[in-house]
Design a protein around this ligand. Structure first.
Ligand code: RFL
Ligand code: PHB
Length: 389
């Protein structure tokens, strides 16, 4: 088989890149290690920047997002026993974010790809990348049979645990990492959200987040130790702990119900540089991870896709490699700003076992300053809605 751009991974970055390339007639094949059901079963991000929504629109995959996505013009920070609202829209000259689940984004992109008859190979095992400094090709096994796809370029959209980054020779890659000493225990339940906007809570028992997927479906998180086991958390224990970390009025507004998803995600910051090796490009979580506190992971994946799409379009239309040559530096400049923002939100809102009461007082001072200074609130707001490309 031969294609123009071989995409490894059918998460949001691989699917979005594939759809954008399809709009300008460039052929892609996607190789995905898992089954379609498994990819759609993962519950992850929930907040989209306007730039991400616009790019999904460009890919022709935003009809349901426009109908069902919830525009949010603010978020609240909870500390000191009450809510402090950050008016994102007023502070950014009219911008907002959209609450719409990553699962739905993935679903919409998959439906679009299937309707166009484009090739995705699910359960592609032993994907291996070859000769990406010369004439690239990729091999894989499917149903016990070996296959080979020749291509012009490889897009490594296969997430943090994927094969693409690991295919780069050691020494060609510089990595940066911070692992946080806690994780997020997340619960999804068919109950109305406690508030109409998201609430990020700093509490002496640990961080908590009230989010949602729709007016009937809530997504909640609480900070737990890094080695915590999900089995230790009954629904009752979760609701009790969540309520304790919220201001009394918000706690009283939490509607409880049976959870239908419960999992623990570790928190880390990670960046691999550069993001291009010959004809291989790393995209999204394959190149960088941020802790979810700033809601940036999926949005960064989309901004990488935007830059790579622009480079490939210029290459195929004009024969110029200039934009492809600029891809890594351009993407990384935006990545590092989101890495900084996510690290800062995480540091300000979580309990760190090692910093003690000094750390707690510093957080309280920072939060007090943040909500009472227009300059500080604006800095949060412009990062949260998404920095320019
Ligand atoms: P993905 O989604 O990990 O997709 C990679 C795909 O590649 C496949 N794969 C392979 N395929 C073939 N061969 C191999 N060897 C392969 N190895 C892997 C995988 O099966 C998978 O299908 O990466 P992508 O596309 O770059 O997308 C990144 C986003 O998924 C991620 O950044 C976000 O989910 C992060 N994130 C959030 N981002 C936001 O923008 N806003 C949020 O509110 C937000 N909340 C979150 C989050 C991530 C979370 N978790 C669980 C990590 C909340 C959580 C709890
Ligand atoms: C979510 O709804 O899953 C979510 C929202 C905001 C975040 C992280 C996750 O910062």
């Amino acid at each position: 088989m031969r294609t123009q751009v071989l995409i490894v991974g059918s998460g949001p970055s691989g699917l979005l890149l594939g759809q954008l390339l399809a709009t300008i007639g460039i052929e892609t094949v996607i190789l995905e290690r898992s089954s379609r059901e498994h990819v759609l079963g993962r519950v992850r991000a929930g907040v989209l920047e306007q730039g991400t929504v616009d790019l999904l629109g460009e890919a022709g995959a935003a009809a349901r997002l426009h109908a069902e996505g919830l525009p949010h013009s603010g978020i609240s920070l909870a500390f000191d026993g009450r809510l402090h609202r950050i008016d994102l829209t007023a502070l950014t000259g009219g911008k907002h974010v959209t609450v719409y689940g990553q699962t739905e984004v993935t679903h919409d992109l998959m439906d679009k790809r299937e309707a166009a008859g484009l090739v995705t190979v699910y359960e592609a095992a032993n994907v291996a990348l070859h000769d990406f400094d010369g004439t690239p090709f990729v091999t894989y096994d499917n149903d016990g049979v070996g296959h080979r796809v020749d291509c012009d370029f490889i897009a490594g959209c296969d997430g943090y645990h994927g094969v693409s980054r690991r295919s780069v020779p050691e020494g060609a890659l510089k990595t940066f990492e911070r692992i946080y000493p806690f994780g997020w225990l997340g619960v999804l339940a068919e109950v109305p959200p406690a508030d109409h906007e998201l609430i990020y809570a700093n509490h002496e028992r640990g961080f908590a987040l009230c989010s949602m997927r729709s007016p009937r479906r809530s997504r909640y998180y609480v900070q737990v130790p890094a080695d915590e086991r999900v089995e230790a958390w009954s629904d009752d224990r979760f609701w009790e702990e969540l309520r304790q970390r919220l201001p009394p009025q918000t706690a009283a507004a939490v509607t409880t119900g049976p959870s239908f998803e419960k999992s623990i995600a570790p928190l880390r910051s990670f960046v691999a540089e550069p993001m291009r090796f010959g004809r291989l490009f790393l995209v999204g979580d394959a190149a960088h991870i941020v802790p979810p506190t700033g809601a940036k992971g999926l949005n960064l994946a989309a901004s990488d896709v935007r830059y790579l799409f622009a480079g490939l379009r210029e290459f195929y239309r004009e024969g110029s490699e200039a934009a492809l040559d600029a891809y890594s530096a351009k993407a990384l400049a935006r990545v590092w700003k989101a890495v900084r923002f996510s690290w800062w939100m995480t540091t300000m809102l979580h309990r760190f076992p090692e910093t003690g009461e000094f750390g707690q007082r510093i957080q309280e001072a920072e939060l007090d300053y943040l909500v009472n200074s227009q300059a500080a609130s604006t800095a949060l707001a412009e990062n949260y809605v998404g920095l320019p490309y």
